[in-house]
Design a binder for this molecule. Structure first.
Ligand code: ATP
Ligand code: MG
Ligand code: MG
Ligand code: MG
Length: 564
């Protein structure tokens, strides 16, 4: 391509709300354009990068045997009512009605749609397993869309769903997907960690996240430098000690004095401590209640514990309007006491001081529980309640745990039968018995990856794309495009590189000076520039490495080989 024919509106202006380098540079370098809160257009360079990442994801998914499909971006609300997520997803789910009054949603994820696709079409264990995926637009009405492509409302996600006759087979596919994801992130040239994770509103038992390491990441990871252990701090709980739990309690609401107002809850949610505490706490907003409820729960084993935590903890606010609730970053109905399955026992440990992970069962009148004075909770510093702290003993190898910041670039889940049961989707097993499908689901944030690559690869001048993600590998800068010799030599190199399969752009703009073209190169971040200028008289051009900004003089006819 010729730069003169491309639409690349670079600018020196940084949008005032853009705090992250990826947000600033992607806008300044003319990749993307914001049109609304969390809504972006992709201009030509942005579209090329997005498609490149999409292509890598598609290739690796196809290699693993998954089938590409496409679900409607709009799905009937009735699907979501069937699964129970019409309310459980909270305000992130954008619902609307058509002219006939029928309810629909803009799909934020597609478990319901895929179950609908497979139901009554796969009827026998002989047709299992199967893995269906799409790479398509999602919409989530995020409470705080921010950081450019990192947290959009409309964004591009690869979502895959697998169907199995047994849990063992699901585990096999889950492991295959983990490897597939590693292949994707390796090819994209990213430094990332796979960590155990919390399943959030998607549900299910086991889940892992793929975290691109970057200081700007919104997630805190607990990493052991000595072994493979890694967990999102939301999921990193200290292992319960072996001693018998003390008592089973009914799940009464506990009024926590710390957060009585929207503003306090909002501050609390924004505090880092909240992220640490999410390990043992989930949030929800109840209608018709004035209480703020916080539970710190420990179950009998890790699975029970996760389920219990998912179900139990809640925040509720009576007088809050929907806008206020949204502004506080809360998700109505995300989870709550009412969801607690009967078979889950919640145990309370009164050795609060020793374990730091448990407070439960107190009520408004009585801040004493089993001899422990809970009035001190009124002045509780939430930072003290961190489930796992830096420097703790790694429970796998004894190493000292470290915190790192990460960007969630992918998430894989063992769903089990949550959706197939809710939507009555069954197959006949080898004994002719009807069974609900065992499912897994697997997401990659394709558009978030565009930003994640830049968070990890930039300097003060601009983007530094990795080879697999760069819109073009080489930018040939014709220093003075009015000079016919320079332009002709530039075109010669361009054609030679193209013939060798190199993705190359030639900056043939006549009006722009060399310095301007050079700063566009640095801002946009192509891996290499070939400067065709005065040195041509000596048969030389200059190759600039964007990462190091090192310049190397190369003989004109050796450039192609040098860059291959
Ligand atoms: P987050 O914790 O960042 O809100 P999530 O856990 O809600 O993400 P999942 O439901 O796991 O997201 O979706 C799968 C993937 O989609 C995520 O791992 C992430 O890469 C991407 N993703 C989720 N929400 C957004 C968003 N608002 N903008 C861009 N990408 C997103
Ligand atoms: Mg989310
Ligand atoms: Mg998440
Ligand atoms: Mg996730």
């Amino acid at each position: 391509m010729k730069f003169s024919q491309m639409f690349i509106p670079t600018t020196k202006e940084t949008p005032s709300d853009a705090t992250l380098p990826s947000h600033q540079f992607l806008i300044r370098a003319g990749f993307i354009l914001q049109t609304g809160a969390g809504i972006y257009d992709y201009m030509p360079l942005g579209k090329i990068v997005l498609d490149k990442i999409r292509a890598v994801v598609k290739e690796e998914m196809d290699k693993s045997g998954a089938n590409e499909v496409q679900f409607g971006f709009v799905t009937p609300l009735s699907f979501w009512e069937e699964s129970g997520r019409a309310t459980a997803m909270g305000a992130e789910l954008l619902k609307f009605k058509d002219r006939k009054g029928m309810g629909f949603v803009l799909s934020p994820t597609n478990e319901e749609a895929v179950v609908n696709m497979v139901k009554n079409r796969i009827t026998s264990y002989k047709d299992l397993p199967i893995n269906l995926y799409q790479i398509y637009t999602k919409f989530r009405d995020e409470a705080r869309p921010r950081f450019g492509l990192m947290r959009g409302r409309e964004f591009l996600m690869k979502d895959a769903y697998s169907f199995h006759a047994s849990h063992e087979d699901l585990v096999r596919e889950f492991n295959l997907m983990e490897q597939t994801y590693k292949n994707v992130y390796n090819r994209l040239g990213l430094d990332y960690r796979v960590v155990s994770a919390d399943s959030g509103a998607i549900g299910g038992s086991g889940s892992k996240e793929f975290m691109v390491l970057a200081n700007s990441g919104e997630d805190t990871l607990v990493i052991c430098p000595s072994c493979e252990y890694g967990a999102n701090i939301e999921a990193a709980v200290r292992k319960p000690n072996k001693k018998e739990p003390l008592e089973t309690v009914s799940l009464e609401k506990v009024k926590t004095p710390n957060c009585k107002t929207i503003a306090e809850v909002s501050d609390f949610l924004k505090a880092d401590a909240f992220y640490s505490m999410k390990a043992v706490m989930k949030k929800a907003v109840y209608e018709n209640s004035s209480e703020v409820v916080l539970f710190f729960v420990r179950g009998v084993d890790e699975l029970e514990e996760t389920k219990a935590c998912n179900a139990v903890a809640a925040l509720s606010l009576e007088d809050a309007s929907e806008e206020e609730v949204k502004a506080a970053g809360l998700v109505p109905g995300y989870c709550g006491i009412i969801d607690l399955p009967e078979n889950i026992k919640v145990f309370v440990d009164n050795e609060l001081k020793e374990d730091n992970n448990l407070v439960c069962g107190a009520n408004e009148e009585n801040y004493h529980y089993k001899g422990v004075d809970l009035t001190s909770l009124q002045n509780l510093n939430f930072a003290d309640l961190i489930a796992v702290q830096e420097g703790d003993t790694c429970s796998c190898c004894g190493g000292k745990l470290e915190y790192k910041k990460g960007i969630e670039a992918g998430h894989i889940f063992q769903l089990g039968t949550k959706y197939s049961q809710a939507m009555d989707a069954k197959f006949l097993d080898s004994n002719g018995k009807a069974q609900p499908f065992v499912m897994g689901c697997y997401g990659i944030g394709v558009s978030r990856l565009v930003a994640a690559v830049i968070e990890q690869n930039h300097d003060e001048k601009g983007c530094i794309w990795t080879k697999e993600t760069a819109p073009f590998l080489v930018d040939i800068i014709v220093s003075n495009a009015k000079n016919e010799d320079e332009l002709a030599e530039g075109m010669k190199i361009y054609n030679s590189l193209k013939a060798s399969g190199v993705e190359v752009l030639i900056d043939d703009r006549i009006q722009q000076r060399f310095g301007f073209k050079m700063s566009d190169f640095e801002l946009i971040g192509f891996p290499y520039a070939v400067v065709v200028g005065k040195k041509l008289q000596d048969g030389l051009v200059e190759v600039v490495d964007r990462k190091t900004l090192e310049k190397t003089e190369i003989k004109v006819d050796e450039v192609t080989n040098y860059l291959l």
